[in-house]
Design a protein around this ligand. Structure first.
Ligand code: NAD
Length: 504
């Protein structure tokens, strides 16, 4: 049998897809089959340097490119992404594991940001105050910063890169992207399509790597702003390091998202929403519901929740009918299995055990089936850590206020949901809950790009969100201009030569 050579994932520097000279790297592996799809070389310091230098050089002309010309590139780009949707989703499923429907969702949520970037003409508008003093006007310019960089996680390899570089570039910046080294293939395809849409050489660059490349981007004096999405541990490090180097930084990080169920919530619909939000994408979403708080009599719902979770089909993401795909890696499988074991040893009740699940024809896949614990308390590891797997913790609260207090005592603030038929309960909840993104009968309340992703507290460092209007502020510097143009009479009285224009 002949072995096909494993291809190296290229770097993108100055408009060219180039092979890295690095000997360090890792393999991209299909998590359902363990097939090696490609090898990712970790860029050398010199290659990172070249990528940043190319972005810096390109900024000189890109910042002067008219806003309409920038917008039209993103109009073409959104069309190309649409045309390649099935191909992008298939590539994403092969390297990441999520179902094809989820993969299309991943691309689509990124596509929405590209559409938003195409509206940059309306978004990058300054303000003007007329006559702030006699003959004086003040107005603002939202000017691009220069070279910006992005570091992205494995769980949304299309959406999250698209949160970053389209808005940054549309604002007139140039960009260096470092995708997750676990699944960079769909990101690279999106970079190819960006060039095809007309992004000029050097305006978008891509380097691969792990901690050394990330640290090099944090430290580089020519990078002015850095956007990070990933775990709290790494995000905290990136925020400190890049801030110390004088950069503007935003970090979207880990989570522990609760769903609160009131006894009056519509039962079937709520149960379906809960299992979709807990086990979809194998729980590897930063907005996955990982804790359900059943209020009052809703506590009797546990057997129904278990039955619903048990009915989900575990399998390879590209197989028709799959609900829950594999975890990203063997290490993730071991980690999640270890956390389930820990939950048992700490006294939680294992209502449904997804460990050691056998998936026919995919025996080597990193599968964990839906797993559900009841009797979880706040001191347990299951509750304190982000599990990032298909594991749902069920807790009980006597009242809505008790549920709100429980959630507000958790350090994370990414997402939360309430299920109820009561407008009064919903209103109390949205007012008093201390979490940045709230869903009322919406399990995963990620806002569309007309708004911004607004995780809060320990889930975020930095003030501004990664897309929407806040991204325009993040990727630009506001400059205020104050002008005085004296009227004709003043000009005359000041002894300045009159122009031939009569201002009357
Ligand atoms: P991760 O933090 O391990 O990796 C993110 C990026 O950081 C990758 O590009 C990786 O190469 C790099 N990195 C890893 N270790 C590093 C180190 N020691 N030093 C410097 N850089 C390092 O995250 P992940 O496992 O890829 O993604 C899952 C995490 O991302 C979860 O915690 C999830 O909640 C979070 N996430 C958050 C959001 C959000 O918007 N809040 C969205 C998606 C994912």
């Amino acid at each position: 049998m002949t072995q096909t050579a494993i291809k190296d994932v290229p770097l993108l520097i100055d408009g060219q897809f180039v092979t890295s000279t690095s000997r360090e790297g890792r393999e991209v592996i299909n998590p359902a089959t363990q097939e090696v799809l490609a090898r990712v070389p970790f860029a050398t310091p010199e290659e990172v340097q070249r990528a940043v230098a190319s972005a810096k050089a390109a900024f000189a002309t890109w910042r002067k490119t008219p806003i309409g010309a920038r917008a039209r590139i993103f109009l073409r780009y959104q069309q190309l992404i649409r045309e390649h949707m099935s191909e992008l989703a298939a590539l994403l499923t092969a390297e990441q594991g999520k179902t094809l429907a989820d993969a299309e969702g991943d691309v689509f949520r990124g596509l929405e940001v590209v559409e938003h970037a195409a509206a940059i003409g309306n978004l990058q508008l300054g303000e003007l105050a007329n006559n702030v003093a006699s003959g004086v006007d003040t107005y603002t310019l939202l000017q691009p910063l220069g070279v910006c960089a992005g570091i992205t996680p494995f769980n949304f390899p299309a959406m999250i890169p698209l949160w970053m570089f389209p808005m940054a570039i549309a604002c007139g910046n140039t960009f260096v992207l470092k995708p997750s080294e676990q699944d960079p293939l769909v990101t690279m395809r999106l970079a190819e399509l960006a060039l095809e849409a007309g992004v000029p050489p050097g305006v978008l660059n891509v380097v691969h790597g792990g901690p050394a490349v990330v640290d090099a981007l944090c430290d580089h004096p020519d990078i002015k702003a850095l956007s990070f999405v990933g775990s709290t541990r790494v995000g905290t490090h990136v925020y400190r390091r890049a801030s110390e180097a004088g950069k503007r930084v935003q970090c979207m990080m880990g989570a522990k998202n609760h769903a609160v169920v009131m006894p009056d919530a519509p039962r079937e619909q709520t149960l379906a929403n809960l299992v979709g939000a807990a086990f979809g994408a194998a729980g590897q979403r930063c907005m996955a519901v990982s804790v359900v708080v059943l209020v009052g009599e809703a506590n009797s719902w546990v057997p129904d929740l278990v039955a619903k979770a048990r009915s989900l089909k575990v399998g390879a993401g590209h197989e028709h009918g799959t609900d829950v795909g594999p975890l990203i890696s063997c290490q993730a499988l071991d980690r999640v299995s270890g956390l389930i074991e820990r939950g048992l040893s700490e006294g939680a009740t294992l209502e449904l055990d997804g460990r050691n699940i056998q998936v026919e024809r995919y025996e080597k896949g990193n599968f964990v089936g839906p797993t559900l614990f009841s009797g979880v308390t706040t001191d347990m590891t299951l509750y304190r850590e982000e599990l990032f797997g298909p594991v749902l913790c069920v807790m009980h609260a006597a009242t809505l206020d008790e549920a709100i207090a429980l959630i507000n005592a958790n350090p994370n603030g990414n997402g939360v949901a309430l299920f109820t038929r009561s407008g009064a309960a919903a209103r109390r909840f949205q007012e008093d809950i201390d979490v940045g993104q709230v869903g009322i009968n919406v399990p995963i309340p990620v806002p569309v790009p007309l708004f911004s992703f607004s995780g809060s507290r320990a889930s975020k460092l930095g003030d501004l969100g990664p897309y929407g209007k806040q991204a325009v502020l993040f990727y630009t510097q506001t400059k205020t201009i104050t002008t005085r143009w004296p009227d004709e009479q003043d000009v005359g009285s000041a002894g300045v030569v009159n122009t031939t224009i009569t201002l009357k």
